[in-house]
Design a protein around this ligand. Structure first.
Ligand SMILES: Cc1cc2nc3c(=O)[nH]c(=O)nc-3n(C[C@H](O)[C@H](O)[C@H](O)COP(=O)(O)OP(=O)(O)OC[C@H]3O[C@@H](n4cnc5c(N)ncnc54)[C@H](O)[C@@H]3O)c2cc1C
Length: 635
């Protein structure tokens, strides 16, 4: 049992005001730059009790973390005639971005140069980037969930480099999954997956629980769907029909790669168009867009229904998306730490600055308390500076004969510059053209091509989960809902951390929202979604969360007013790295794809981040960090 010093008052979240841990931090919680210099020159990350993971309200891209970047994009940043404080600080390496890629880059560089002085800069008030930890006080017990990066998994086996890093950190995903993950716990209580059909989309609110062995006609019998729609959903789910007779498996796969799943259902399966709303959001969580923008072949790899009679040969085809192709070939192992891959980020920080994260194992890191005041000590060879948004990175001299790198960053309304021998940009790749306007035009265009996928991971603390028990569900897909999925926190026991077992105990629920603009190409949908997320207030999120949970769970006795005790909305306008989509993107020869052109070393500046692998996975973040560091060391 772990007890937390903080307590969450009802008013904290009802008013949309994130929890403050102490006077020193309170200002940052309300939208000011999150880790500015304090009045006495003390950075907030050095304040006693600083614990950004325990904050609620708007997290992810939290207020104060991104505004300077948008000013830079809009050309307004340097026009403020800012004075740059040229510090005396000098490093061997500066890493921009303290996500898993940036932290891994520091690790790899130090492995090659053990005496190196390294500075890591990140704009958020916590390290880890997408690998963000959310902590909750569940009636005196620690509750954890991932605010972003959910689990160790990848469409492909981890590379020797990425696996080697996990080993160095003491992470054995196979052994941990066996010992700590209890994936059968909810099913063992008789809980099942379900669908929530909402009145606005389907005509009436209705929860359908997918009970084992019950035919779809029967499952849908009391639903508000019309008879032809029920019939066709049952056919799509269960029938083994070859809808593309006369074609070979390869020919079918080629055609499926060029048509959306929506078009496949309508034009090939000849389903009633009324089935589309039922399937429309099924792709949201993995692709960030609806079924009209995802190739049918890609969803086949994810065992979506409707392909069973086609006789497609197993394994990937050449023109599949990165994720789908990888999973069709088998994928990697999976393991979910209670805070997702934030545990990997914390293990990396322990590896870099041992006394900042006490403990010695992958198990004990889960409940370890990070001492943030140890991250940026003047005398330390490795420093992590939070709340610092880099606004410029340039070679001293031209790129070919560069003598070093100057990096400028904004923090607490001031701009500072620091120097280093070399620099790794492990930040969002589409921002790099604004940081390095000297880059070749072709490289800037390539970097701008990579429009990241927006997502919202909402975590809600509930007083108990008796309503889920009463309704017989633990994971709900809501095709027309504000969030398209709602599920009980996965059951994991690791180190001193214990997941709830009794339905009358407090629990966390995760809800995932993907803002989409159906009809547009994927990158345009991503841009629209970014705008949507950043323009939605916490009050709106909160209202939608309460309404959605009430509509789904009230028949099981749930009362939003009584049962919700805290809300954390992790908004990621710049979420998953962009992965190419065979419906919208051309096929580039190897070496000519935007992420490959974009990641070229520029003098003493190299480029990492999962973006430069065009793959939204932790192993990509690590592999790209390794490549970037090797490029710098070889140059
Ligand atoms: C909601 C969500 C769920 C995911 N789930 C999974 C999963 O289950 N498994 C998986 O393998 N992957 C998952 N991913 C993919 C995830 O992106 C990668 O696994 C990995 O965490 C990316 O690490 P990174 O360091 O490359 O990028 P990031 O985590 O994005 O880190 C980059 C950091 O650089 C910072 N930065 C950007 N610009 C600047 C600047 N100018 N100055 C200073 N700092 C800057 C960013 O704010 C960020 O903190 C998920 C992603 C999201 C958004």
């Amino acid at each position: 049992m772990v007890s937390k010093k903080t307590s969450i008052s009802r008013r904290d979240f009802l008013n949309g005001v994130p929890l403050a841990i102490g006077g020193a931090v309170a200002g940052a919680m309300l939208g000011e730059p999150a880790v500015a210099a304090g009045a006495a020159g003390q950075a907030l990350q050095d304040a006693p009790g600083y614990d950004p993971a325990a904050l609620h309200g708007l997290r992810g891209s939290h207020p104060g973390s991104f505004e300077a970047a948008h000013q830079l994009r809009d050309g307004d940043f340097w026009s403020q005639s800012l004075k740059i404080d040229e510090t005396e600080e000098a490093y061997d390496l500066i890493v921009v971005g303290g996500g898993i890629s940036g932290l891994a880059a520091a690790h790899f560089y130090r492995a090659a140069r053990p005496d190196a002085r390294i500075l890591i800069l990140d704009n958020h008030d916590d390290f880890g980037g997408h690998a963000k930890r959310n902590e909750f006080d569940l009636g005196g017990r620690l509750g954890l969930l991932n605010g972003g990066t959910m689990l160790i998994d990848s469409p492909r086996p981890y590379s020797a480099v990425a696996d080697g890093l996990l080993k160095t950190l003491g992470v054995d995903p196979v052994a941990l999954a066996k010992a700590c993950a209890h994936r059968d716990f909810y099913p063992s209580l008789g809980l099942r997956r379900g669908f929530f059909l909402d009145k606005e989309t389907f005509g009436a609110d209705k929860l359908i629980v997918v009970s084992d062995g019950v035919p779809w006609r029967q499952l849908l019998a009391s639903s508000p769907l019309s008879e032809p729609v029920r019939r066709d959903i049952a056919r799509i789910q269960e029938a083994k029909v070859d809808y593309m007779p006369g074609l070979s498996s390869d020919e079918k796969k080629s055609r499926l790669a060029k048509m959306s799943y929506r078009d496949y259902l309508i034009d090939v399966v000849k389903a009633d168009p009324g089935v589309i709303p039922f399937y429309q959001a099924r792709t949201h969580g993995e692709w960030g867009v609806g079924i009209e923008a995802v190739p049918a072949l890609d969803v086949w790899a994810f065992h979506f229904p409707g392909f069973d009679g086609l006789g497609l040969t197993p394994r990937s085809a050449p023109d599949m998306g990165y994720t789908a192709a990888g999973y069709a070939d088998g994928g990697s192992y999976t393991f979910h730490f209670p805070d997702g891959n934030a545990s990997i980020a914390r293990l990396l920080v322990r590896n870099l600055i041992a006394d900042a994260v006490p403990g010695s194992s992958a198990e004990d890191v889960v409940t370890a308390r990070v001492d943030y005041s140890k991250l940026d000590r003047a005398t330390a060879p490795l420093r992590i500076r939070l709340g610092t948004i880099v606004v410029r990175a340039r070679n001293l001299g031209d790129a070919v004969s560069s003598r070093g790198v100057e990096v400028a960053y904004a923090r607490g309304g001031e701009v500072y510059s620091v120097r280093a021998e070399r620099c790794v940009l492990a930040c969002y790749n589409m921002m790099i053209p604004y940081l390095c306007p000297e880059l070749p035009q072709r490289q800037k265009q390539a970097l701008s091509y990579l429009v990241k996928t927006p997502l919202v991971y909402t975590n809600v603390a509930l007083r108990n989960w008796t309503a889920f028990m009463a309704l017989g569900v633990y994971a709900i897909h809501a095709p027309g809902g504000y969030h398209s999925s709602v599920f009980l926190n996965p059951t994991v026991d690791i180190g001193d951390y214990r997941s709830p077992r009794a339905p009358n105990e407090p629990i966390l629920v995760q809800m995932i929202r993907t803002p989409v603009a159906p009809g547009l190409a994927e990158r345009d949908q991503n841009r629209a979604g970014q705008h949507d997320i950043l323009n939605t207030s916490f009050a709106t999120f909160e209202r939608e969360i309460r309404m959605q949970l009430a509509r789904i769970l009230a028949p099981g006795g749930f009362d939003a007013e009584r049962d919700i005790t805290a809300i954390t909305v992790n908004r990621w306008p710049h979420g998953y790295a962009y992965e190419y989509n065979s419906l919208f993107d051309p096929e580039w020869p190897d070496g000519e794809a935007p992420h490959q052109i974009g990641r070229a070393r520029f003098g003493r500046i190299a480029i990492a981040n999962s973006d430069s692998g065009a793959a939204a996975y932790t192993d990509s973040a690590i592999d790209q960090a390794y490549r970037a560091v090797q490029e710098l060391l070889a140059a």
